[in-house]
Design a protein around this ligand. Structure first.
Ligand code: PGA
Length: 256
């Protein structure tokens, strides 16, 4: 593992996927061991799957305790039934929540079945505030630069909101569905303000397909056209990449 510093941002480049998963899981574990009742935002997608697997292993070996952790999901499709295997509710249950000792009362996910999505979003923000605000946010990046479902736009969206998914996201995520037509066209997502309010952010990316966007996000202009670029303004971000995702930014880091 190599560690680089770029302004406020710490960039950790892992040798392979196994090391990447371990590094991310250890970072999450450190947070929870330091503050057992941490308010943690969890992300979905392919990237964190192996990370959650490691967290489950760490839990089984007695090194981490989720009993007092308050979990908030980054996003959820809308509309979607909770029991749809592609809902982020199902994803989180499968990969993490049902595998470790969370108190179910501490698990929060935007309700993809809510009748009034706007009221659901306002309620979600209220719950985060009542919990004491996010201590730590686990975050991936879409190949279009999105974080959560904050898609490239002309402005940075604020709080949790209903969003129209863009074509790139629908086509990227269609791999999980039978066809692109089945992918919900809208979603409920924490906004940029919600994400940026987290005291610490773990920003993760793997694979060659993310190399260009990772570089753009971390050293390009700060612009809502690349939503992840806003992370350059956060004062406590740890970036964990595998070698492939780091390929484009690495030459810049090695010269610093
Ligand atoms: P992925 O998704 O981990 O499945 O690549 C990341 C994201 O869209 O945020």
């Amino acid at each position: 593992m190599m560690v680089y510093h770029m302004g406020n941002i710490v960039i950790n480049v892992s040798g392979d996927l196994n090391e990447f998963n371990t590094n991310c899981a250890m970072n999450i574990m450190e947070q929870i061991n330091k503050k057992p009742d941490s308010v943690v935002g969890f992300a979905t997608g392919s990237t964190p799957e192996g990370v959650y697997k490691k967290l489950v292993e760490l839990y089984r070996s007695g090194r981490i305790d989720f009993e007092h952790v308050k979990a908030f999901n980054l996003d959820e499709y809308y509309p979607i039934k909770r029991d749809n295997p592609q809902s982020y509710y199902s994803y989180m249950q499968k990969h993490l929540y049902s595998q470790v000792n969370f108190n179910p009362a501490n698990i929060n996910i935007q309700n993809g079945e809510a009748e009034d999505p706007r009221a659901e979003c306002a309620e979600y923000e209220k719950k985060i505030k009542m919990a004491g605000n996010l201590d730590y946010q686990v975050l991936g990046i879409g190949s279009n630069g999105h974080i959560g479902f904050n898609e490239p736009d002309d402005r940075f969206p604020g709080k949790t909101h209903l969003v129209a998914l863009n074509e790139k996201t629908i086509s990227d995520n269609s791999r999980f569905f039978n066809s692109a037509e089945e992918v919900p066209k809208t979603a409920l997502t924490m906004g940029i303000k919600t994400i940026m309010s987290a005291k610490k952010i773990l920003f993760m990316a793997t694979g060659a397909k993310k190399a260009a966007i990772v570089k753009e996000a971390l050293v390009g202009d700060i612009t809502p056209k690349v939503p992840a670029s806003v992370l350059q303004l956060h004062t406590n971000v740890i970036v964990v990449l595998d070698g492939e995702a780091a390929a484009d930014i690495l030459p810049l880091l090695e010269n610093t």
